[in-house]
Design a protein around this ligand. Structure first.
Ligand code: NAP
Length: 530
């Protein structure tokens, strides 16, 4: 196969890869997006499990780089379902004629830097080869599926699914006995929908999770009109909040409010639904005592909703609220009132084995026709280390990050010149509204490439000192408050053998953007150019 040459190879055709391709075109930079799937959409291409939908309101979860695009696109629901999100990604690809520069069904296996030529050689699993001056890994934070280590996992003779690799053809569970392993966001969204069809559903829960009702509904036309009439202002205000989300964030302290005031505040937010629940007070993630007030409120709701007291108690999370990613649900807890749905708590007694006929736990054999793994992702680093990336002097990213990742602003790594990551570890990424954050990263990378073009620079590399200083700051910020006291995928705790290092930047979107702007104003401080 001949080697294809480009100025930039972008890995991944999700929202990051698509927007970067669009931004590079006017600069006259030749770019090729290489994508493992058969279509654009990234997360929303792969995660097509029943019930999949975004947990940020649709009116905010969209691109803002093109006014006509944000005016013309119409979401149908408050929280868009996966098929509509995929339709949106496809619409963007068609509208901006992106497909002609995307190579689908090609999974990059390695990327090797030639320091003399200042170019990267990329090889795909199918043997396709690319030669590029720059590589941008637009591979997403949650894209490498995590399969748990359970004995006999390969022995199951029925249908086996992972929420993050859901088949493109419709899966019909009608009349089947189904088991779901995992109760994170993917499990919590899919369980009620699977229960509607399955004859019998058994859910294996290791850690109970907090879910706030979505109260999803058709998108209110007046609200849509209002947002569209004020989009610039709406987006600008969102950028000023720590998660980059327009909403009501209170700075007051839960512990300074009376129990009645707290109850009223939580009740109002429960009724409004969604992730904004955690915006009730500014100290919820700073003090365990404050956090307990919100956690206990949600536990009381679970006890109210779930009829069987023992099941309700199992469903009540014991850890802090917001330590793991908060879930947004539709009918999750109420699903356990259905007579054909059973919860099996495997916290103290883990699943013993997967057998040819089902799951063995608590000494019991649960025979099922289909097994759904809702067991999440090797988050933040998994999709990057899945590629054998080798920088200067054959430095391996996989080895460099064996004890945890390190990166400058989640954008670039020392010893890996001309390589950028979009929402890499050290970026606020998953703590924010992903699409606007992706736009910020992509704009930063594009402006940097244009700046280099103007000065005839051919190579850029993060400096070790700058990388270390950012990482130290990032780790310091992570330890403020109680966020890191819970095992979570933010810490890599969900993946067998993975180093425990807090990965997303917790300092908030505004501070992160400020730092990126300062770096630019200072002539790309912390980067060396060649
Ligand atoms: P997750 O949050 O990591 O949940 C995985 C679940 O599998 C956890 O309950 C975990 O238990 C369980 N598990 C793993 N290994 C197990 C084992 N051996 N035995 C029993 N249980 C096991 O993954 P996810 O639900 O896919 O969600 C990941 C993230 O993706 C979310 O936090 C969110 O950021 C994003 N997401 C977003 C949406 C949305 O926008 N609506 C939807 C889905 C996902 P432990 O907790 O004990 O490890």
């Amino acid at each position: 196969m001949s080697v294809q040459q480009f100025d930039v190879v972008i890995v991944g055709a999700g929202f990051a890869g698509m927007y970067l391709l669009h931004r590079l075109r006017p600069l006259g930079i030749s770019a090729r997006v290489v994508e493992a799937g058969t279509d654009v959409g990234g997360t929303w291409y792969w995660n097509r499990y029943p019930g999949a939908r975004v947990d940020i309101e649709s009116m905010q979860y969209s691109y803002q780089f093109d006014e006509a695009l944000q005016q013309e696109w119409r979401w149908t629901e408050k929280y868009a379902p996966q098929p509509e999100l995929l339709k949106y990604a496809r619409h963007v690809a068609d509208r901006f004629d992106l497909r002609r520069d995307i190579q689908f069904e090609t999974r990059i296996a390695s990327a090797v830097y030639d320091a003399r030529a200042q170019r990267w050689a990329l090889t795909a699993e199918d043997g396709s080869a690319f030669d590029a001056q720059f590589v941008v890994m637009a591979t997403g934070c949650l894209s490498k599926p995590n399969w748990p280590h359970i004995d006999g996992i390969g022995s199951f003779a029925g249908q086996i699914y992972h929420t993050a690799m859901w088949p493109r053809e419709t899966v019909d569970f009608t009349g089947q006995r189904v088991a779901v392993i995992g109760t994170g966001s993917s499990g919590i969204q899919s369980i009620p929908v699977i229960a509607e069809k399955a004859k019998q559903l058994t859910v294996f829960q290791r850690t109970a999770n907090y879910a706030i009702p979505a109260h999803n509904c058709p998108l209110d036309k007046d609200y849509e009109e209002w947002v569209k009439g004020h989009y610039a202002e709406f987006r600008a205000q969102a950028k000023q909040t720590p998660p980059g989300i327009y909403g009501r964030f209170r700075v007051g302290k839960a512990l300074e409010a009376t129990p009645e005031e707290r109850q009223a505040e939580y009740e109002e937010r429960w009724k409004a639904g969604g992730l904004a629940f955690m915006g009730a007070y500014g100290d919820l993630m700073l003090s365990k005592e404050a956090n307990d007030t919100a956690a206990e409120f949600v536990r009381s709701k679970i006890r109210e909703i779930v009829d069987d007291p023992a099941t309700a108690e199992s469903l009540c999370p014991k850890n802090i609220i917001g330590g793991k990613r908060l879930c947004v649900d539709t009918n999750y807890y109420a699903t356990y009132n259905k007579p054909h749905v059973r919860l099996v708590d495997v916290r103290d007694k883990p699943i013993e084995a997967i057998t040819p006929t089902g799951v063995r736990a608590h000494g019991e054999d649960f025979e099922v026709d289909a097994l759904v793994f809702a067991t999440g992702f090797d988050a933040m680093t998994g999709a990057l280390t899945a590629v054998d990336i080798r920088g200067k002097e054959d430095a391996s990213l996989r080895e460099r990050w064996a004890d945890g990742p390190i990166s400058y602003l989640g954008l670039a790594m020392a010893d890996f010149p001309n390589l950028f990551t979009v929402t890499g570890p050290g970026s606020p990424s998953v703590f924010t509204n992903m699409i606007p954050t992706i736009e910020q990263h992509v704009d930063w990378i594009t402006d940097c490439l244009a700046w280099m073009q103007d000065r005839n620079y051919t190579a850029i590399e993060a400096e070790h000192d700058a990388e270390r200083a950012w990482w130290e700051h990032h780790q310091e910020v992570a330890t403020v408050g109680i966020k890191t006291t819970t095992d979570s995928w933010y810490l890599g705790a969900n993946v067998h053998g993975k180093a425990r290092v807090f990965m997303p930047y917790y300092g908030g979107f505004p501070d992160y953007c400020r730092k990126c702007e300062e770096v630019v104003a200072d002539g790309y401080a912390g980067f060396a150019f060649g």
